[in-house]
Design a protein. Structure first.
Ligand SMILES: [Zn+2]
Ligand SMILES: [Zn+2]
Length: 146
């Protein structure tokens, strides 16, 4: 995701209106590495701007994805799509208990499919997810046995 000023310019070029709500969504996303859901983003905007509509937030997220400025992280838990302002290739650690997602920046150089495995697909993105339990959830689990 590029800077808020560049996003505003991109939206203008697409003929999309820049409202204070949209600007706030850009700013929230630019600072947020938690991979929030659309609903979480909506609730955060709502707490500062009570007149924002859910449709505005969802449409803005969809437009950012269409522009390639926001990535969708596949459904890893029950919460549906999560949004990721880091749009370049990277990987994730996912906590199976609290659904925290954190970024893993390591390159996996042999993450390749043979032509047979690729089955004629043109591969455009590779993403590895490591599933486990975060330190907080591990501490909770350990607490159950003492
Ligand atoms: Zn956890
Ligand atoms: Zn990420």
């Amino acid at each position: 995701m590029q800077s808020v000023e560049i996003l505003i310019e991109l939206f203008r070029q697409q003929g999309l209106k820049i409202t204070p709500q949209r600007r706030m969504i850009f700013e929230l996303l630019a600072q947020d590495a938690s991979h929030p859901t659309a609903e979480e983003i909506y609730q955060r905007v709502l707490s500062a701007m009570p007149d924002v509509s859910r449709t505005t937030v969802y449409n803005t997220l969809r437009e950012l994805v269409a522009l390639g400025e926001l990535a969708e992280v596949e459904d890893l838990g029950r919460e549906g799509i999560r949004y990721d302002a880091r749009t370049h290739d990277h990987h994730h650690l996912f906590c199976m208990k609290c659904h925290t997602i954190i970024d893993v920046s390591r390159e996996f150089h042999d993450l390749e499919l043979s032509p047979e495995e690729a089955s004629g697909y043109q591969i455009v993105k590779r993403q590895v997810t490591f599933y486990g339990y975060c330190p907080d959830c591990r501490a909770d689990q350990a607490g159950q046995y003492h």
